[in-house]
Design a protein around this ligand. Structure first.
Ligand code: CUA
Length: 196
């Protein structure tokens, strides 16, 4: 009987050339690695799963400033303390992640294309669109511009999925997609509040 332990190594055969079967399996594993590697760029282009956005550097304060202006310009009401904003078709849309809210709430039209700009004021946040399964990183200092066309009317929530501090679990935003041509706020506009 042969004693095998950490101190007494097994008598191996690793210095002998690999046999035919072993070489075959190494070749299969290697080819499979290449297939998986090629799938990454292929699926990015063909799968339509990974969005290609325009990334550019931005000063967080400047982005916040632009978002405020955007909210003032197209605001139609209030949604739990943040403005509800209905930008016109084709507009540049701004959404700011900050501890611990998404600013502002958006009302978009179904079938209309917008450019959605995402950025953060302080730390990394995660944009997770519920119930649609869409996840994006929201990074301070970077303006992530995405061409989006909402294809289904309804109520969407923006859940922060990147831990960002004690209020992380309360960081919930709102995007309402209304049928094309809808002008007034879909909901959450207090009575008597100005709409246009
Ligand atoms: Cu923002 Cu978690």
């Amino acid at each position: 009987m042969e004693l095998i332990s950490g101190l007494v190594p097994a008598r191996g055969v690793w210095w002998r050339p690999a046999n035919r079967q072993e070489r075959l399996w190494i070749a299969i594993a290697f080819v499979w690695c290449l297939v998986l590697f090629a799938m990454m760029p292929f699926w990015h282009l063909k799968g339509g799963q990974n969005p290609t956005g325009i990334r550019s550097r931005v000063d967080p304060a400047a982005f916040a400033e632009r978002t405020l202006r955007f909210a003032e310009e197209y605001g139609i009401g209030d949604d739990h303390g943040v403005p509800l904003v209905a930008p016109p078709p084709g507009a540049e849309v701004y959404l700011l992640g900050q501890m611990w809210r998404w600013y502002p709430a958006l009302q978009l039209e179904e079938g209309v294309t917008y450019t959605l700009h995402l950025s953060a004021l302080d730390v990394n946040h995660g944009f997770s669109l519920y119930p649609a399964n869409l996840n994006l990183q929201v990074v301070p200092g970077y303006d992530y511009g995405l061409r989006i066309t909402p294809n289904k009317a309804g109520e969407y929530r923006v859940v922060c999925n990147e831990f960002c501090g004690v209020g992380h679990h309360n960081m919930l935003g709102r995007i309402v997609v209304v049928p094309a041509g809808t002008k007034v706020a879909a909901a959450a506009t207090a009575p008597g509040e100005e709409t246009r």
